[in-house]
Each structure stands twice: as structure tokens, then as C-alpha cells.
Write a protein that binds this ligand. Structure first.
Ligand code: ZN
Length: 198
């Protein structure tokens, strides 16, 4: 049995995605062996993360400013909203230079059969659709089962609540089951440009 402090940190690391017990153990003993400097750097970085990063309460990306730089940028096209599941999707789409509208981060996807959707920023999305001059919503979600479930759900809801808004999807070309975050710029850029509505 390890000391309580070691055990606690192993448990803390295990809460991170894809980290099992073995990996958590490896992290802890690596830190113990590497000494105070590395632990200090990580501690400082974590403190800065908590102190400085906030949610943009418009698009729900994480940013040092609220509203974030994109929401605050008056040269962006406020009539087109690109819906993504995670904040990490935004830099990937920005890199394609194929989109100059605004974003909305759902912070996850609807799981098939899921009823309680309050963990996602869906209410916030529809509040934006009510109060703005948005004419198109691009559903840029992963081409997998949760992505598909979420797109069907949002398309239906937009049709009911905001029938004048066009809901579009990325053109086919991204392999089924793949992750947007790993798509290459050219493929993703052309999937955005050639987006389709149902
Ligand atoms: Zn924002």
C-alpha cells in the first residue's frame, strides 16, 4: 500500500480521460523522481488555468476573456453559427480558413436514448437563435453515432422552433466514425465549403 499522498494523487489522475490505474501510478512516481521543479511548474500551470481561464458565456468556449476574441470580433459573420461539440474543434476549423462566422460549443454530444440534456449547452444555443440575426447553423459534429444523434435532435428542434433558420451539415468526405479534431485541413475545409442541408 502506498502512502496516503501517493494514493490520493493516483486517484486524482485516474479521473482524467484515458488514464487507468497503471498510467496514474506512472505519472505519480515520475513526478516523485523528477523532483520539486517539475511539480512546481505543473502546480503553477494548474493554478493559472483555474485563475485565468473562464467560459465565454456567448459561445461556451474556454478563454481568458468573456466574451472571447472570436465572439468579440466585429469582422466575423454573425449570421452563421457553427455548432461544435468541444472547444478543441474550434482551432481545427479556424485553421481551414473556410469559415468566418461564430461558434457555439455544446460541451459534449447527446448519447443515444439520453433524456437529460441540461449538461449540454443546448438551451443556450436556442437562446442565441432567438435573439440574433442568425440565418444558418452549421452542425459540425463528429460523423459517429453520438454526433449523428445530436445532429438529428438539433435539426428537428430547429425546424420546430426556428423554421426560418437553415440547418446544414458538413459535406461527406470525413470518414464515418472519425474525429473532427484529427481531420486534415483540406478535407475539413472542403467539407465546410460544400456543406449541405437536408
Ligand atoms: Zn465566445
Amino acid at each position: 500500500m502506498y502512502s496516503k499522498s501517493i494514493q490520493n494523487l493516483i486517484e486524482a489522475f485516474r479521473k482524467l480521460p484515458s488514464v487507468g490505474h497503471r498510467t496514474a501510478e506512472r505519472f505519480v512516481f515520475h513526478l516523485l523522481k523528477s523532483g520539486k521543479k517539475q511539480v512546481g511548474e505543473i502546480t503553477l500551470a494548474l493554478k493559472e488555468l483555474i485563475d485565468n481561464v473562464k467560459s465565454c458565456e456567448t459561445c461556451w468556449d474556454f478563454s481568458d476573456n468573456n466574451p472571447c476574441a472570436i465572439c468579440n470580433n466585429k469582422t466575423r459573420d454573425a449570421s452563421t453559427l457553427c455548432v461544435v461539440s468541444d472547444p478543441q474543434d474550434i482551432p481545427v476549423i479556424e485553421k481551414t480558413n473556410a469559415f468566418n462566422g461564430l461558434y457555439h460549443v455544446l460541451r459534449g454530444l447527446v448519447e443515444p436514448g439520453e433524456e437529460d440534456l441540461d449538461r449540454l449547452k443546448i438551451k443556450e444555443l436556442f437562446a442565441r437563435l432567438e435573439n440574433n440575426k442568425i440565418t444558418e447553423v452549421i452542425l459540425a459534429l463528429n460523423p459517429d453515432l453520438p454526433g449523428e444523434t445530436t445532429m438529428l435532435f438539433l435539426e428537428k428542434k430547429i425546424k420546430e422552433k426556428n423554421p426560418s433558420i437553415k440547418a446544414t451539415r458538413l459535406a461527406r468526405g470525413l470518414p464515418m466514425g472519425s474525429d473532427l479534431q484529427y481531420a486534415d485541413e483540406i478535407t475539413l475545409g472542403s467539407a465546410i465549403k460544400n456543406r449541405t442541408s437536408k
